[in-house]
Every structure is written in structure tokens, then in C-alpha cells.
Design a protein around this ligand. Structure first.
Ligand code: SAM
Length: 275
């Protein structure tokens, strides 16, 4: 007991654990996440449909998707893939949640190819003109994982291919606080079907512009944890990171609907090209 409570009380080393797979693929959670993806009342897992439509329209205006070969990494239930395909792109969606992919397959055009894979670890297809990674998914990765993923994207792209990503801006970090909650059925039963106690410890690492929401879920049968790291970027930081990975930024905006970029905004949308 001492060891567990002590461990919970201590600030973890940045990116000391990666639990995204558990968050998205634990059976109860993947069902919850699908509901949140589709729920128009919340932006927890995906943005609302109107925003997705606006983003797809903006991306198409920038890259002219007709006839392009496009891969959506972390495609979830296919909210973007369906729309990219409707604009005439040849679309592949990749995700490690089979629950989300089943939904995507059931609700998509047959022409879309869905692949169940971990984009950090599994063999990935290549020959794409465009790769999308949408909903700040780069931000949950450690610096080493980001280098790895951006390198993999380079290998997946055709010459002069483009990536489309969005990342959290520093404005979002300002709205965060360090908190500790211990609650019966924390977040209204989000984490498990039956009885549990949820502990949330949130940390801010100012110097690294990093935040962590750590959740410890104590059920009668087991205790398990989720670490949600979240890297926040200035426009200069994301440009430098992409340049180091061999990309040239061609558009940098306030979000993927093309909103104007502000120095301290909540979001940054980026299109970058292989050099
Ligand atoms: C925040 S959701 C965004 C989904 C989609 N891009 C959207 O905006 O509707 C993140 C998605 O990425 C998937 N994912 C996260 N890490 C992954 C990884 N390493 N490999 C494959 N899929 C991953 C999750 O299963 C989840 O469906």
C-alpha cells in the first residue's frame, strides 16, 4: 500500500510510461471512446461533425485530394476517411482499435481500406501522397516516439508528399491546473462498468510545455493506470521539429479549418511537404 500511494504522490519523469494502447483498446474503454467519437455534445475523442466537414473542406482546398492516395493515421471510426473518399481520394485508414475500425468498416464506402495496426510498431504501407494525423495525436507521444513516427511518415510518402497534422498550442496549457481528485466512479463511470475508485493526478511541466493527466483506477479485481501526456507547441517548436524530420512547412494556421494562427492559441494546424 505504501509503495502505491507513494508512487501516486510523486511527479513522474516526463514520458516515463506510454499507455495509449490501453486507453484506446481496453474493451470497456474502446466502447466508451466510440460513443464519445460519435457524440455531438462532446469533443472528447473526435471533433463535432460540422468542424470535421470544415477541416476536410480546408484540407481539400490546400491539397486537391481528387485522385490522391491518402492515409489517415489514427482514423478511429472513420469520420475523416469517409469524407476524404467522397472527395475522390484513395483512402487507407490505420488504427489499433479494432472496435473503432469495425464501426468504420460498417459505415464506409467499400473503396476505403482499413488496417488494424500500431503506427509506432507495425509494418505500414507506403506510396501515399498525403498522410493525416488529426486531433493532436502527435502531442501524446514522447520526443523519441515523435521522431520515430515522423520518420515512418517520410518512408510512407511519395516524393513531394504532404502531411497534415494538428497540435496543441501553448494557450491550452495556460488553461490547465495541477489537480488531485479521488472519487467513487471518477468521471461518472467513464473508466469501468462496475464499482471503482478513480484517482486523477494532473501535473504541469512548465519548462517542457508538457502536461500529464494520470489516472489510477482501483477496481475490486485489479488496479490499473493511464498516463495521458500532452505536449504543447509554439509555432516555432512544431516548425523546428518537422524541419528536423525532413519536412518543410507549407501552411501553418490556427486549426485545420484554416483559422488565423495566433502566437498563444489553443491549436496549430500544419501542412508540411517532404523535401
Ligand atoms: C483522439 S482519437 C482521433 C481519431 C480521429 N483522428 C478523429 O479525429 O476522429 C485517436 C485515435 O488514434 C488511435 N491511435 C492512438 N495511438 C495509435 C497508435 N500508436 N497506432 C494506431 N492507432 C492509434 C486511437 O485508437 C484513436 O482511434
Amino acid at each position: 500500500m505504501y509503495d502505491l500511494i507513494h508512487d501516486i504522490s510523486v511527479r513522474p519523469e516526463p514520458f516515463s510510461r506510454y499507455t495509449a494502447k490501453e486507453l484506446w483498446t481496453r474493451p470497456f474503454l474502446s466502447r466508451q471512446m466510440l460513443e464519445f467519437h460519435l457524440n455531438q455534445e462532446t469533443d472528447l475523442a473526435s471533433r463535432r461533425i460540422e468542424e470535421i466537414d470544415n477541416a476536410v473542406r480546408w484540407i481539400d482546398g490546400q491539397l486537391d485530394l481528387l485522385g490522391k492516395s491518402l492515409c489517415d493515421l489514427g482514423c478511429g471510426p472513420g469520420l475523416y476517411t469517409q469524407r476524404f473518399a467522397a472527395l475522390g481520394a484513395k483512402v487507407t485508414g490505420i488504427d489499433f482499435s479494432s472496435y473503432a475500425l469495425d464501426y468504420a468498416r460498417d459505415h464506409s464506402d467499400q473503396s476505403i481500406s482499413y488496417i488494424h495496426a500500431d503506427y509506432l510498431a507495425d509494418t505500414l504501407p507506403s506510396g501515399f501522397d498525403v498522410i493525416t494525423l488529426i486531433y493532436t495525436d502527435l502531442c501524446v507521444l514522447s520526443p523519441n516516439q515523435r521522431v520515430k513516427l515522423l520518420g515512418r511518415m517520410q518512408e510512407m510518402l511519395n516524393p513531394e508528399g504532404h502531411i497534415v497534422i494538428d497540435v496543441a498550442g501553448t494557450g491550452l496549457l495556460k488553461s490547465r491546473q495541477e489537480v488531485t481528485f479521488i472519487e467513487d466512479r471518477l468521471m461518472g463511470g467513464f473508466w469501468a462498468a462496475g464499482h471503482y475508485v478513480g484517482i486523477q493526478k494532473s501535473f504541469i511541466y512548465e519548462e517542457q510545455r508538457l502536461a500529464l493527466d494520470r489516472y489510477i483506477i482501483v477496481e475490486a479485481s485489479e488496479t490499473w493506470q493511464i498516463y495521458n501526456w500532452f505536449q504543447h507547441y509554439t509555432p516555432q517548436m512544431i516548425e523546428a521539429e518537422l524541419l528536423k524530420a525532413g519536412f518543410t512547412v507549407t501552411s501553418i494556421v490556427g486549426d485545420l479549418t484554416g483559422a488565423p494562427l495566433t502566437a498563444d492559441g489553443d491549436l496549430i494546424g500544419v501542412i508540411a511537404c517532404t523535401m
